[in-house]
Design a binder for this molecule. Structure first.
Ligand code: KIV
Length: 281
């Protein structure tokens, strides 16, 4: 029987060199599928803004939207560690607001932990969250909520100065009490260096093989979008299969092939007789 993953389990996985798997989920049906497949961590990412809600970035995503989806994911999750992503402006204005919003993920949605973007500049916030009993995962490198300030969606930490800054950010997050850190879009050798210098696990996305674990947006790996970032490997190509299924449904409805007898209900009496009886009264 599978057992509920805890933060202790995730920490132990780094200690024994067992790779950690993390995927995004935004609703109960996907959560159920991924959880039953045995994924270690489910992230209710603010990427839901683009993946599900049709926004152009993660910036417009609200706390209420995150809580709504995180609650749905919780209802489909039995074993995975559940992490809720703090949306833009839910933790930047003040530490008090950050703790209040972080607490909502645990109290209202049933998450085990929260994730937030940033390094040294959010370390005091991370400390306050952890002190309040809210476990935190950090996120550095390409941080989508502030991609504009980083010059767009591009690889970070390529030169010595920015690489040193990322290493310092990772250390500050560990010192502040984060239990793990996502490394997004950084060179694999830098990810390796950060991974070696931390006791907490690193989870890479576009950060090479040297991390303690890997995360992807589930819809990307399943091939539900035509265009995906270059680091994404499509493990399935569902978009054409879904379109084909829908086209076949339309064809069969239009030709009267669907629904056939197998997919219809029958009556115990003959419908014509029933009508005749009714006319008699
Ligand atoms: O929002 C998200 O889905 C993320 C991951 C891809 C790391 O932050």
């Amino acid at each position: 029987m599978k057992k509920k993953r805890t933060i202790k389990d995730i920490t132990r996985m780094k200690e024994v060199g067992e790779k950690i798997t993390m995927l995004t989920a935004y609703d109960a049906s996907f959560a159920r599928l991924l959880d039953s497949a045995g994924v270690d961590v489910l992230l209710v990412g603010d990427s839901l803004g683009m993946v599900l809600l049709g926004y152009e970035s993660t910036v417009p995503v609200t706390m209420d939207e995150m809580i709504h989806h995180a609650g749905a994911v919780k209802r489909g999750t039995e074993n995975a560690l559940l992490v809720g992503d703090m949306p833009f402006m839910s933790y930047q204005v003040s530490i008090v607001e950050a703790v209040r919003n972080g607490g909502r993920f645990l109290k209202e949605a049933g998450c085990d932990a929260v994730k937030l973007e940033g390094g040294i500049e959010v370390s005091e916030t991370v400390q306050a969250l952890v002190r309040a009993g809210i476990s935190v995962m950090g996120h550095i490198g390409l941080t989508p909520q502030t991609a504009g300030q980083l010059g767009g969606y591009r690889v970070q930490g390529k030169d010595a100065e920015s690489a040193r800054k990322l290493l310092a950010d990772a250390r500050a997050l560990e010192k502040a009490g984060a239990f793990g850190v996502v490394l997004e879009c950084i060179p694999d050798s830098l990810a390796g260096l950060i991974t070696e210098s931390l006791t907490i696990p690193t989870i890479g996305i576009g950060a090479g093989v040297n991390c303690d674990g890997q995360v992807l947006v589930t819809h990307d790996l399943l091939g539900m979008f035509d265009v995906v970032p270059s680091f994404v490997k499509k493990y399935a190509n569902l978009a054409p299969q879904m379109k084909e299924a829908v086209a076949l449904f339309m064809e069969e409805v239009r030709s009267g092939q669907y629904p056939d007898d197998e997919h219809s209900f029958s009556m115990k009496v003959d419908a014509q007789t029933l009508l005749a009886e009714k006319d008699d009264t």
